[in-house]
Design a protein around this ligand. Structure first.
Ligand SMILES: Cc1cc2nc3c(=O)[nH]c(=O)nc-3n(C[C@H](O)[C@H](O)[C@H](O)COP(=O)(O)OP(=O)(O)OC[C@H]3O[C@@H](n4cnc5c(N)ncnc54)[C@H](O)[C@@H]3O)c2cc1C
Length: 321
């Protein structure tokens, strides 16, 4: 089939790759290139955060985990496997996301020295080795893979499905937050995320503290820098970094990881996660008046990178009918 993928974020590129690998002739149309997408702002740790429904999210995420583990052998991909700790502030943390992971260690509060500065509010943690992706490199790797597979890319903002190349037999809508405008999907909501990146003083392990939303904090060392976050402001769409928010992010990160005290700010960014009550991944041919096969794949919230390969596989399955 001739497949038009609308959107060139992590979801669109992954879908395009899997569709081309399945033998389809694929063309991507996107308003913005990957480097300017929300995907480029992702931290990006493999972690199923702020996405539903849980069962599908977990299945998609586990598929991606297997792919990322293999990609970590290729330094060009920007994927690395790193140990790190999710901190727990509750007696009974919700570990739904980790139920299928092997190789985990549950830590008691007394076993966190060397992980964080002493903090009586933190009751324990979960240590695991998970993928971290340097998105600038990873998106470039995905684009190159598309090029190698003969996927054509063009720039255009589509107002509706009428604008899709009429010769396409099938359309994949990987438009993230754009589904609000293009499809009139009122369930799509921005979830604003702000990050600040510091020079890396030599950290290798990631840290996640999201048990208490008022303390929401992550520290993700990449190669040269450390991504510190974050915020999850539902319905907010300002793309301007807020300096008071940045100061609060840095204060939380430095309280947990004092080694960051003197690390210089290298860059800052804001991205709008495509929030939705549930990820929309389904056939929706009724959106198109010309009878083409249409698959929607958007609304991945805070875990689009994490779910990308699992979603791409399912999209290609739907293309097969
Ligand atoms: C601060 C921050 C940290 C994050 N950290 C993580 C993390 O650690 N792990 C993780 O898994 N996820 C993380 N995320 C979430 C992740 O970035 C998103 O879930 C993911 O990028 C969504 O990918 P997407 O391809 O659906 O959307 P996008 O990257 O937004 O791509 C959508 C594409 O569609 C195009 N488009 C939209 N409308 C139209 C139109 N009408 N016509 C043509 N093209 C259109 C856009 O130009 C764009 O190319 C984070 C997000 C933020 C903001």
């Amino acid at each position: 089939m001739r497949v038009c993928v609308v959107g060139a974020g992590v979801i669109g590129l992954s879908c395009a790759i899997r569709a081309a690998e399945a033998g389809h002739s694929v063309h991507i149309v996107s308003a913005q290139p990957a480097a300017q997408s929300v995907s480029a702002v992702a931290a990006a740790l493999w972690f199923p955060y702020r996405a539903s429904p849980q069962e599908r999210v977990l299945a998609w995420s586990m598929t991606s985990l297997r792919v990322f583990r293999a990609l970590a052998d290729d330094p060009e991909s920007g994927v690395a496997l790193r140990y790190g700790t999710e901190l727990h502030r509750r007696e009974k943390p919700d570990l739904w996301w980790a139920e299928q992971l092997t190789d985990l260690t549950l830590l008691g509060g007394g076993e966190l020295s060397g992980v964080i500065a002493p903090n009586p509010e933190v009751l324990g943690g979960l240590r695991a080795r998970l993928p971290i992706l340097v998105m600038s490199r990873y998106l470039g790797w995905l684009e190159q893979r598309c090029a190698d597979l003969g996927v054509a890319v063009s720039a255009a903002t589509l107002d509706s499905l009428t604008g899709v190349d009429p010769t396409a037999d099938a359309v994949v809508l990987a438009i993230g937050l754009g589904a609000g405008d293009m499809l009139g999907d009122s369930e799509v909501t921005p979830i604003r995320g702000q990050v600040v990146r510091l020079g890396n003083p030599g950290l290798t392990d990631w840290l996640l503290d999201e048990d208490d939303p008022t303390q929401f904090c992550y520290v993700i060392p990449r190669f040269d820098d450390v991504v510190c976050g974050g915020t999850a402001e539902v319905g907010q769409s300002s793309l301007e970094p807020d300096m008071a928010t940045e100061a609060a992010i840095l204060a939380r990160a430095r309280r947990l990881v004092p080694d960051l005290a003197d690390a210089p700010i290298v860059s800052r960014a804001v991205g709008l996660r495509p929030g939705r009550r549930e990820v929309r991944l389904e056939r929706c041919d009724d959106l198109d008046r010309t009878g083409r096969l249409v698959v929607a794949c958007y609304g991945h919230g805070g875990a689009g990178v994490t779910m990308s390969w699992g979603c791409a596989d399912e999209v290609v399955g739907l293309l097969a009918g």
